[in-house]
Design a binder for this molecule. Sequence first.
Ligand SMILES: Cc1cc2nc3c(=O)[nH]c(=O)nc-3n(C[C@H](O)[C@H](O)[C@H](O)COP(=O)(O)OP(=O)(O)OC[C@H]3O[C@@H](n4cnc5c(N)ncnc54)[C@H](O)[C@@H]3O)c2cc1C
Length: 420
Amino acid sequence: MVDAHRTFVIVGGGLAGAKAAETLRSEGFTGRVILICDEREHPYERPPLSKGYLIGNEARDSVFVHEPSWYAQAKIELHLGQPAVHLDRAAKSVRLGDGTSVHYDRLLLATGAEPRRLDVPGTDLAGVHHLRRLAHAERLRGVLASLGRDNGHLVIAGAGWIGLEVAAAARSYGAEVTVVESEPTPLHTVLGPELGALFTDLHREHGVRFHFGSRLTEIVGQDGLVLAVRTDDGEEHPAHDVLAAIGAAPRTSLAEAAGLTLIDPAYGGGIAVDAALRTSDPDIFAAGDVAAAEHPLLDSRLRVEHWANALNSGPAAARAMLGQEVSYDRVPYFFSDQYDVGLEYSGYAPPGSYDQVVCRGDVSKREFIAFWLKEGRLLAGMNVNVWDVTDPIQQLIRAGARPDPEALADPGVPLASLLA
Ligand SMILES: Cc1cc2nc3c(=O)[nH]c(=O)nc-3n(C[C@H](O)[C@H](O)[C@H](O)COP(=O)(O)OP(=O)(O)OC[C@H]3O[C@@H](n4cnc5c(N)ncnc54)[C@H](O)[C@@H]3O)c2cc1C
């Protein structure tokens, strides 16, 4: 069938979905492109929601992927504020919340992820927050500002990236901040104990209190308001507001009900896709946070919940939908900003996968690069307040380099020279 008579539907209007729509057009697709999203906002990027926008440095308008007028110009049919509620693979149609259905020739699921909820008494109190959507960030901005004004306490459950970034934002408003984390350091499951400790020091210097090795057991409230939180070691901490920052779960319900192959949550969850981002149905693809893809470079299946993956996997899926040969093998990458510390991380080296950490530069000044290795092979690198090194780090990882640890630690040795 010629393109002009085909309809490609994208469910999910986050970065992956919006970039996929853009790529369909830039690759010359002339058929219908329909983008369905349950949020009323035009597609936007989420990183500013816990950083510049939350702190008040970035304007609301700056978060959007495209100007609203772009969608009409590119002939992208938008269904905003409309959940896709049912996927009928036999009829090749998607039913929307308003009862209407759209037919697809090819479908992309870019449904992202949603915050995990705390499973403790008090979770429904008005002062308990999550952070995923623009509306959440808008509300949280107001909460942080008033906590700052009134010397109020924010308790954050979870010392992952979002928890730490919000801790930094809250301190910039002057709020009192306590972070409760079950692991012994922040970011333990991403960076391991060696580098996690760096973030303990950074945040303590800025006045954040940590409560490690414990979990929230109750949010204590009165008349709908939060008064305190209790932890499983029997302690009580004052709180006026609570942020649950305990991770996100992929939004797989549509795919699951349609019988697509999913990955067990114990292995990261998500919709199973091959390296071309194709699901177990040859006409359905998945990209972004929801996709658990076979990664040709890492030789394993991976679900990546980061901005760069949404940015790149959406377009890769669009090309695969057009019938192009696609092997999505980007080196995983993410970034974070907290206070005056900016960092980029490339690769994949969770605790247990590496046996050596090498640092180059001045760790005490927080200007360095950390490298994670396994039996001499470079798995991952994180540059902290050191810039323009992502390309050589990713080249080394991609090449399966086994650099001499002394040379790796020596800032005088150009990283590119370690490729040999
Ligand atoms: C606060 C915050 C800060 C972050 N900061 C960073 C950072 O600094 N660096 C970094 O690398 N990454 C960061 N991330 C992660 C990054 O934003 C995500 O990886 C990215 O948003 C994933 O994009 P996506 O398009 O796959 O999914 P999403 O952005 O989640 O978009 C999916 C969209 O689909 C919609 N949807 C879901 N189901 C349906 C349905 N059935 N029908 C219709 N619509 C549906 C959702 O409502 C949503 O709008 C951050 C995330 C958050 C929440």
